[in-house]
Design a binder for this molecule. Structure first.
Ligand SMILES: [Zn+2]
Length: 465
């Protein structure tokens, strides 16, 4: 049975949902600046989760939103002298690239907040009608005193919230703890018409509306970083209950832990950040993905380049161990271990520990049994979204390549640019109908282990990769 820790009940619970209709919402990025490692962690750990549900034959509808309008986006775009939309699109492309390289499944729906403005307005109208919203000269606010069970998720007290809230001098809300549903726009800011005046939605109302529009009033899993519990998720609950007090908004709240750099939380506000795509470029997406598998998703995870290097080494050992087999659940014991660990609140560090023990113990086993273990390891890793493929082998040493390309008057600096030059020369032969010479070049290339394709699959690759 699948058991997961529910942040609302604050205990591990057996998951009781309709397997044929599982609805998941993950709070996605606010597209204001390039993704950092923390974004990667949230995307990857919930990707493990969704892939595991699919392995269990759950039918999943997965939504991850894009917050493409908020104060910081406006601020940032004004600083850079571009529109909020241009900034958002640029940043979003970086997120797409990172998600792709980390091999995260593409959500079934990726709603953008600005595509839901009229629905958001309707949502706010409903809240006002039900007595939870009020209008002032700076915007529309949610009156938290009207919602009895406010702060149940975070466990904070209203005094804590009151003293911890920075009140903007321009705000004229009734209480410090009330939060904005709609903010009137200032001169030069993006603005949408509403019954109360031109402005933009608050962050929390965006998610509430996109959830109800894409998934309905009740969802099974609401996922996000632990830093979103307050105020974001707390306010989402307040809003959904404000619209319908009897509705069970979220069945299970799942939150991932933060990433620490030397014990410090990693966030945009301090300078602790090297960009996610920089690490992916340097180490490869699969190594970064594997790094996240090593910690329990709810725990804080320590980060350093040294730990990333260790992850790379371990992953390459696993790749080596499984390189000559196909993925197959042939060792029942291994599959049981996998399911037991994942069912136990996705205990991936425990799973890895058990797998490494099995791998270590293969020394004393007969060949047939070893193959089964290898196949099963590969099987488990494939379910979790790993390919375990060896990186492109550098079969030929540089001196030889230098000599090889020199025959064609090409100076070898790196293989990519040398091959561009090589292809160009060969193309010249073909254009002049000197096919014999062109073929000879291709044969020569094969001698050093590079295959060259013409026609539809034009390009080249290392023979053994
Ligand atoms: Zn959200």
């Amino acid at each position: 049975m699948l058991n997961l820790y529910n942040s609302l009940s604050k205990k591990q619970e057996e998951i009781k949902i309709d397997k044929n209709d599982v609805r998941i919402y993950l709070c996605g990025p606010t597209v204001q600046s390039s993704p950092h490692l923390g974004h990667g962690r949230s995307a990857v750990v919930f990707d493990f989760f969704i892939r595991y549900l699919k392995y269990l034959n759950y039918s999943v509808l997965f939504v991850r939103n894009i917050t493409d309008i908020d104060d910081k986006i406006i601020e940032k775009s004004q600083e850079n002298n571009i529109s909020y939309r241009e900034l958002g699109n640029n940043v979003w492309k970086e997120f797409v690239l990172a998600h792709e390289n980390l091999n995260c499944l593409v959500p079934d729906i990726e709603p953008r907040a600005t595509a839901y403005i009229s629905e958001i307005i309707k949502y706010i109208e409903q809240l006002i009608q039900n007595g939870f919203g009020y209008v002032t000269s700076s915007g529309v606010y949610y009156d938290v005193s009207k919602f009895e069970k406010y702060l149940q998720l975070s466990g904070r007290s209203i005094e804590e919230v009151r003293t911890g809230t920075r009140v903007d001098t321009q705000d004229d809300k009734n209480r410090a703890e009330d939060f904005a549903l709609w903010k009137f726009s200032k001169e030069g800011e993006p603005s949408w018409d509403s019954p109360w005046g031109g402005g933009r939605p608050g962050w929390h109302i965006e998610c509430s509306t996109m959830i109800s529009e894409t998934l309905g009033k009740t969802i099974d899993f609401h996922c996000g970083g632990i830093d979103l519990i307050f105020p974001h998720h707390e306010n989402e609950i307040a809003q959904s209950k404000g619209v319908d007090i009897n509705e069970n908004f979220v069945n299970y709240w799942l939150h991932n832990g933060m990433l620490n750099l030397s014990g410090k939380k990693m966030s945009k506000s301090d300078g602790n950040v090297k960009l996610l795509n920089e690490y992916i470029d340097e180490y490869g997406g699969e190594v970064v993905r594997f790094f996240f598998l090593r910690a329990h998703y709810r725990s804080p995870q320590e980060f350093s380049e040294q730990l990333l290097k260790e992850a790379k080494k371990t992953l390459s050992n696993l790749t080596e161990f499984t390189k000559d087999v196909v993925a197959e659940p042939s060792d029942n014991d291994m599959v049981d271990i996998f399911v037991d660990c994942m069912n136990d609140d996705m205990n991936t560090p425990k799973l890895l520990g058990e797998i490494f023990q099995k791998v270590k113990d293969t020394n004393n086993l007969e060949q047939e049994k070893i193959i089964k273990i290898k196949q099963s390891v590969k099987f488990i890793f494939e379910i979790l979204g790993f390919e375990l493929k060896s990186p492109k082998p550098n079969i030929v040493d540089e001196k030889l390549l230098f000599k090889f390309f020199a025959q064609y008057d090409i100076r070898f600096n790196d293989i990519e640019s040398a091959m561009i030059e090589f292809s160009r020369k060969r193309e010249d032969f073909r254009n002049n109908k000197k096919y014999g010479e062109a073929d000879k070049m291709r044969e020569d290339l094969l001698e050093i282990g590079i295959v060259m394709n013409d026609g539809e699959n034009v390009g080249w690759y290392w023979k053994n990769s």
